[in-house]
Design a protein around this ligand. Structure first.
Ligand code: IPE
Ligand code: IPE
Ligand code: MG
Length: 248
């Protein structure tokens, strides 16, 4: 009998984070400019959002643009920003229909005015939706997030609101960009590289990591489902022994 791979509804991850990498190489492999890969990456985003919603995932964080990505050729950066505006505009109706709530993480003030406006409108319009929360990481840097947290802690200490010895994990957590969102259970990177590239440095402390060779434009909700099934068979020990975790 074929061993059918099924999702265990009792062991669903709450939060999945994805480094959507490989657009440029995918395009080049198909004999096109890098930008063609970004355009085709939108279909993968649509499929993964749909799949995550159907599977009852609560949070999906998508790394769409890092602070380091500003150093790319100007034409590519401009194309990515206009693709962002266009995609939000095109997808908004579908997001509303599927009860998706849109949020962003990163330095929104770095984005061009047109992007900020389109993004803020979509965030406002979807704010009351009760389904999947999609957090777009834009002009995001894990180190910048931690630096901003350190500034906030320092300001509280300087103002006498907080004593240095009172600083705990919780103090840090509360000063992250979205400290109320649970940490990712799963971190996926497509595109075949094995690195974090400055993504969610604090938050991925105990995430299960999945590095897959698929280039982002080829990734679909079925790939996400397969990863979740693999995740469900991993034992998360959080520093304990396997016997302790299994209650033996
Ligand atoms: C990810 O794909 C998208 C962004 C970083 C904006 P890349 O553009 O990095 O594609 P590769 O890694 O060069 O193939
Ligand atoms: C990480 O991909 C950022 C995003 C997917 C948005 P990069 O392509 O920028 O990462 P590096 O340069 O390979 O580390
Ligand atoms: Mg890349």
């Amino acid at each position: 009998m074929i061993n059918e791979r099924v999702l265990d509804k009792e062991k669903m991850p709450k939060h999945i984070a994805i480094i959507m990498d490989g657009n440029g190489r995918w395009a080049q492999q198909h004999g096109h400019e890098r930008t063609f890969g970004h355009q085709n990456g939108v279909e993968a985003v649509r499929s993964v959002i749909e799949g995550a919603g159907e599977m009852g995932i609560q949070y999906l964080t998508l790394y769409a643009f890092s602070t380091e990505n500003w150093n790319r050729p100007k034409a590519e950066v401009e194309m990515l920003m206009s693709l962002l505006v266009k995609s939000i505009r095109n997808e908004l109706e579908r997001l509303m229909k599927n009860q998706v709530r849109l949020m962003m993480t990163g330095r929104m003030e770095d984005l061009p005015e047109s992007c900020r406006k389109e993004l803020q409108d979509a965030i406002d319009q979807t704010a009351q939706n009760k389904g999947l929360t999609v957090v777009l990481a834009l002009s995001y840097s894990g180190r910048a997030e931690l630096t901003d947290m350190a500034k906030a802690v320092a300001a509280d200490v300087a103002a006498g609101r907080l004593a240095p010895e009172q600083v705990t994990d919780q103090t840090v957590q509360e000063r992250l960009y979205h400290g109320d969102i649970p940490d990712p259970d799963i971190l996926i990177r497509t595109g075949g590289d094995f690195r974090i590239s400055n993504f969610l440095l604090w938050e991925v402390a105990y995430a299960e990591l999945f590095f897959v060779p698929t280039m982002w434009p080829d990734f679909r909700k079925d790939d996400l489902r397969e990863i979740i099934i693999d995740f469900q068979s991993r034992e998360r020990r959080y520093g304990k022994t396997g016997e302790q975790v299994r209650g033996e």
